[in-house]
Design a protein around this ligand. Structure first.
Ligand SMILES: [Zn+2]
Ligand SMILES: [Zn+2]
Length: 576
């Protein structure tokens, strides 16, 4: 970093009072005291200290945003905080922090245990930190948060279960699960299947009653009757059946349910397109995995996600757009999609230049499949076997063990110095108050004051050293394990149909993502590059083997490892 630039910090403290996932965080006053300590210890120039009592799990904190605005304007170029996770626990806010670093407007983030600069490696750590702390808190919420909101977060929708499901009546109300109604679920699934295959709703109405003798679930005063036509429609457009639900209704808060799905999300979405105006369910697509993460390689505008829905009419073969809601008739022959025998529904997601900076940008759009293939190829280059991950983490622990001896000696030294200092202080006091010093001939008031002051500030310094010691060691161990776990499972996790996971992995691969001519450009952290080299030189680290071959492979690691310019050993690397 350029030594010439003076760092001007904004201190930021945050603790949410409502969010009980935040119990481990220090109180606001304690965070402010820690910032004051930090200022004194490093002689920082802090232009302002901001405090906020909001949760950081959802984007949109006022004070946090105002801080970033001020950094954007150049009022400050660094942030001091109690912990990195005070800044962001979601990728939207985290992304803004990182963008300011990319633009050179934010040069440093300082906490009591670490200092992060705007280098690719440090930014990479931040991405993991913001993304993972979200993951951490998601995991914790399963344990900690209960009650209705907590139940929704666990994937169990509160309220009466729709046809095909049963409410769990046994456990206490906040914990009730939703079970599959074994008697009715097969029919519900068949309803989706038939409609998707071209059977009309009216025909389904007849089939459920006359052919299947389907009866609704019996309640005290209702139920036990055939499905009405409107009930068939409300089954067909209820997203609960594809595993998604909104709670509370109309809140815009969507959850992934833990109940059995009756239909895949893909088929469900196609059915909504067929239903057109009859679909109550507005397709939610604010969750495109790679939206607003890349910049255009030609004009630097943000890359945005877009989707297209099309239908090929089964009577006249006209292909027409149904992206707009309520478009439910063929533009060629006027047939309602619902009445077509076998309409073909096409769905494309692609990424294109938002053209904010240059309205005439010629950057070509890229289909999501092509983008995912690129990312998967990149992941293949750093994919390591779980066995290698285990082994590497053990190696790191071993090295840490060796380091620890050294560190323990240092630690002992500091503790001794601490003790000595206190003894000296005590002796000084004894001398001061001893009868032989009654006239101050051995130790005058001035001498006492000066010596006491010197010893006390020494003691304070030592105490700080002691305090940092544990944190730093813990931090570096955590970083190492975290990075390895991230890479080892990235390729497999990326294949899962989970947009949040895909997004985190994409960001973890590198920073400063650009899209040009269908190629994604990265500013890869050193760590990723080193892994690529390692894999080239020792392909066995990506090998997955049967358990009985493990011993053999482990021996091979030992052998190869000696010849690799390894990340494991480099002091500068993140892995140590
Ligand atoms: Zn462009
Ligand atoms: Zn037609």
């Amino acid at each position: 970093m350029d030594e010439q630039i003076e760092l001007k910090y904004i201190g930021y403290a945050r603790k949410s009072s409502e969010d009980n996932r935040e119990q481990q965080a220090a109180s606001l006053p304690d965070q402010v005291i820690a910032l004051e300590d930090l200022r004194k210890r490093h002689n920082l120039k802090i232009v302002d200290v901001l405090q906020e009592s909001k949760s950081a799990h959802k984007p949109g904190r006022e004070i946090f945003n105002s801080m970033l605005d001020r950094i954007e304007k150049g009022e400050a170029n660094a942030i001091a905080s109690w912990h990195v996770n005070r800044l962001a626990r979601n990728m939207v806010d985290g992304g803004r922090v990182i963008q300011l670093m990319d633009e050179g407007k934010l040069l440093e983030i300082k906490t009591p245990s670490r200092t992060l600069h705007n280098t690719p490696d440090d930014k990479f750590m931040l991405v993991l930190e913001f993304g993972m702390s979200k993951k951490d808190s998601d995991d914790k919420s399963i344990v900690v948060v209960r009650g209705l909101g907590g139940k929704a977060r666990d994937g169990w929708r509160p309220g009466v279960a729709p046809q095909g499901y049963l409410n769990d009546k046994g456990t206490e109300s906040g914990l009730r699960k939703i079970y599959t109604d074994k008697e009715r679920m097969p029919y519900v699934k068949k309803i989706f299947e038939l409609f998707h295959g071209g059977t009309s709703a009216v025909e389904l109405h007849r089939i459920t009653d006359k052919d299947w003798h389907f009866k609704t679930r019996q309640h005290k005063r209702s139920g036990g009757k055939p499905l009405s036509l409107s009930m068939i429609y409300s089954i067909l457009n209820n997203p609960f059946y594809c595993g998604r639900f909104e709670y509370p209704l109309g809140s815009g808060q969507w959850y992934d349910g833990s109940h059995e799905k009756a239909v895949s999300e893909e088929v469900f979405n196609e059915i909504q397109m067929k239903l057109g105006g009859k679909s109550q369910y507005k397709l939610k697509h604010n969750d495109f995995a790679f939206n607003a993460l890349m910049r255009c390689g030609l004009c630097d505008s943000g890359i945005v996600a877009e989707q297209k829905w099309q239908c090929i009419c089964s009577s006249c073969k006209t292909k027409f757009s149904i992206t707009q809601k309520n478009k439910d008739t063929c533009t060629g022959c006027g047939t309602l999609i619902e009445n077509m025998k076998t309409p073909k529904i096409l769905h494309y997601i692609y990424y294109r230049c938002g053209r904010k900076k240059n309205p005439n940008c010629k950057q070509k759009a890229v289909r999501v499949e092509a983008l995912e293939k690129l990312i998967d190829e990149k992941l293949s280059k750093v994919d390591i076997s779980p066995l290698f991950m285990d082994w590497a983490i053990r190696q790191i622990h071993k090295m840490n063990e060796e380091n620890k001896n050294f560190e323990e000696d240092t630690f002992e030294g500091i503790k001794r110095a601490h003790n000595d200092c206190r003894i000296k202080l005590n002796n000084l006091l004894q001398l001061k108050i001893s009868p032989s010093n009654a006239d101050g001939s051995m130790l005058s008031d001035e001498q006492y004051k000066a010596q006491k002051g010197a010893l006390e500030s020494e003691l304070k310094g030592i105490e700080k050293q002691l305090g940092n010691f544990d944190e730093q060691m813990l931090q570096s161990n955590n970083d190492t394990a975290r990075l390895f776990t991230f890479v080892a499972r990235a390729k497999a996790r990326f294949a899962l149909p989970d947009t949040k996971v895909k997004r985190d992995i994409f960001m973890g691969l590198g920073l400063h993502l650009t899209l040009a001519d269908g190629i994604v450009g990265y500013d890869s952290p050193k760590y990723i590059k080193t892994l690529e080299v390692m894999r080239k030189e020792a392909p066995i680290i990506a090998e997955r083997v049967a358990p009985e071959k493990e011993v053999e492979l482990r021996a091979q690691f030992e052998e190869k490892y000696a010849s690799i310019p390894t990340v494991l050993r480099s002091k500068e690397s993140h892995l140590v």
